[in-house]
Design a protein around this ligand. Structure first.
Ligand SMILES: NC(=O)c1ccc[n+]([C@@H]2O[C@H](COP(=O)([O-])OP(=O)(O)OC[C@H]3O[C@@H](n4cnc5c(N)ncnc54)[C@H](OP(=O)(O)O)[C@@H]3O)[C@@H](O)[C@H]2O)c1
Length: 281
């Protein structure tokens, strides 16, 4: 049984009624996003430990669920964001560490599957699920993953010329996935990715699910509009060589460049003490 309680709600968040009654009650409040002209609104979602870690970097235990402790309120909020999104984006490493995963609302929070579907219809989405976007500049993405055979999910890979050549070498001329080639040697420009999704797929709300390497390139270009950050009440340490990343990955801003943010809301899981923070960046 979900138990999300709103502790604080600022005045800065759009507040027109969007959610269905059941989702509003489960979220203990409203959730609404405004469209931007010319590009998608980009919303990040991460779960971190109290000491700021988002991946344990232990094979088989490096995903968000190990950080959240499989918290159901966190899964619900992730599902809600996916239900809202036109597309969900993630890097090749996040993709590789989640074999069999589908970036849909119902996959992460099956209890609300039908309600999420109803919500998408209610807000006029023309597809059952958000487009799943794998970013793989060098073309390391595993196209044998079931995601690419899922009939109801539109999925695609964003890559470079070099990455596309690698994929063709591995899978032959007719690839089992839709790929888009964007400029770049091995690394793509976040604004090119956002522009392509906006122009070719009509993406107005892009949910960015990391990981830190990919997310940091969006942060560097100030392309992240909002951040949904779950604080899981555990401490795990950075690891002996500091190998466990924060959501900002390799970013290293000078004090005068620091991205100060506005707190939009704070919610709490009543039993476990997880905190759900929403910021405008
Ligand atoms: N706690 C959480 O909320 C959370 C959320 C997400 C992920 N995670 C965890 O974080 C870890 C993965 O993070 P990560 O930082 O190592 O990897 P990542 O960002 O998921 O993926 C890195 C890979 O994505 C591609 N990539 C990233 N930025 C790119 C760019 N600008 N242009 C082109 N390609 C780009 C590259 O693939 P190619 O090698 O093919 O070029 C790169 O090697 C996993 O353990 C995952 O489970 C945790």
């Amino acid at each position: 049984m979900l138990n999300i309680r709103t502790i604080y709600e600022g005045t800065g968040a759009p507040s027109s009624p969007c959610l269905t009654k059941i989702l509003r009650e489960a979220y203990d409040g409203e959730l609404c996003f405004s469209d931007l002209p010319g590009r998608p609104l980009i919303v990040g979602n991460f779960v971190q430990t109290l000491d700021g870690i988002v991946s344990l970097r232990i094979p088989g235990k490096s995903g968000g669920a190990d950080i959240s402790g499989r918290n159901e309120e966190d899964a619900f909020i992730m599902g809600l964001l996916r239900a809202y999104a036109d597309a969900v984006m993630f890097g090749e490493d996040t993709f590789r560490n989640a074999p069999g995963h589908a970036w849909t609302a119902g996959f992460v929070c099956p209890t609300f599957d039908k309600e999420f579907e109803a919500f998408r219809k209610h807000i006029g989405k023309d597809s059952l699920h958000p487009v799943n976007v794998v970013v793989s500049g060098r073309g390391h993405a595993d196209l044998d993953q079931p995601l690419f055979r899922h009939k109801e999910i539109r999925s695609l890979v964003l890559t470079t010329e070099q990455g596309a050549a690698r994929l063709h070498e591995r899978y032959g001329t007719s690839l089992p996935a839709t790929i888009h080639i964007l400029p770049g040697d091995t690394v793509l420009n976040p604004s090119d990715m956002a522009a392509l999704l906006h122009a070719d797929y009509g993406v107005k709300l892009l949910l960015h699910e990391g990981g830190p390497t990919l997310f940091s390139s969006f942060l560097r270009q100030a392309l992240v509009d909002e951040l949904f950050l779950t604080m899981a009440p555990q401490i795990v340490g950075r690891g002996r060589t500091g190998e466990r990343p924060a959501f900002s990955g390799p970013l290293g801003l000078a004090p005068e460049q620091a991205m100060w943010s506005t707190l939009l809301s704070v919610k709490r899981a009543a039993k476990s003490g997880h905190l759900f923070l929403r910021y405008r960046l």
